[in-house]
Design a protein around this ligand. Sequence first.
Ligand SMILES: [Zn+2]
Length: 298
Amino acid sequence: MLRPVAEGVLIHQSEFMQSNAVVVQGRAGVLLIDPGVTGYEIACLANDLRELGQTVVAGFSTHPHWDHLLWHAELGAAPRYGTARCAATVRDRLSDPGAKARIAALIPPDIAEQVPLDLLGLITGLPAETAQIPWDGPQVRIVEHQAHAPGHAALLIEERGVLVAGDMLSDVLIPMLDLNDTADPIEDYLAALRLLEGVAGDVDVLVPGHGSIGGADQVRARIDQDRAYVHALHDAHVPSDPRVGPSATYGKDWLPRIGCLACTNGNSSASPKEASATGRPASDPLAGLACTSVLPTS
Ligand SMILES: [Zn+2]
């Protein structure tokens, strides 16, 4: 079911990790950001759009993790975009015949059969430094940063006051660092938070890739919460964060198993007890928290 969150901006939430697909009304159709997870839900979204008399004229994936790269034939054949670095990462990781089987193995087994991989990752990279999504609708500013995944982009729909944060600023998932091709993932993450803080004054509605929609106050609150978490990680404290531990929405069940919903890297050595208490395994303080990629790296 589509739910309006601002004028001309609607979301469609998946049962899987409260994943939010975002629909932005344009002049001749809609922009669809991170369409969803299961085939049933994406088809439901396509049906909702059809009933509204809307066609999808452009798509965008915020980052190269499988749960943000899906598509369904019923959404049509609009161009699908991502940042240049996102698209290059997808291309690289889908380049061999065994890639999809490896991705399928990363999907939680209870939904694996429901996730349509046929059209996974068919995105076009926008030239580096592209400032806005090329489409006929409200300006959508691309706020690219190096945190969580290569070429990760938040999107700012300024005239609607909406920030689509991708897998940043979630109220249910802890910061998940990207350890690929970076010397200092913690500083990368802090830099990304500063970048998002720089646009926070323009935001009335925050839409995370997973979790609850937030108001203006939530933007700064979540930035502060994530910054505190990352600092604690850096200082090797046990973070006291409501998203980790027995009372967390997902922390107790998900963190020990997969850390990032799409990524099993680094977590296999964690005992459930320890992981649920600290969010990280004993052997590698960063690996369990970092989503190195939903797409397998090799
Ligand atoms: Zn992700």
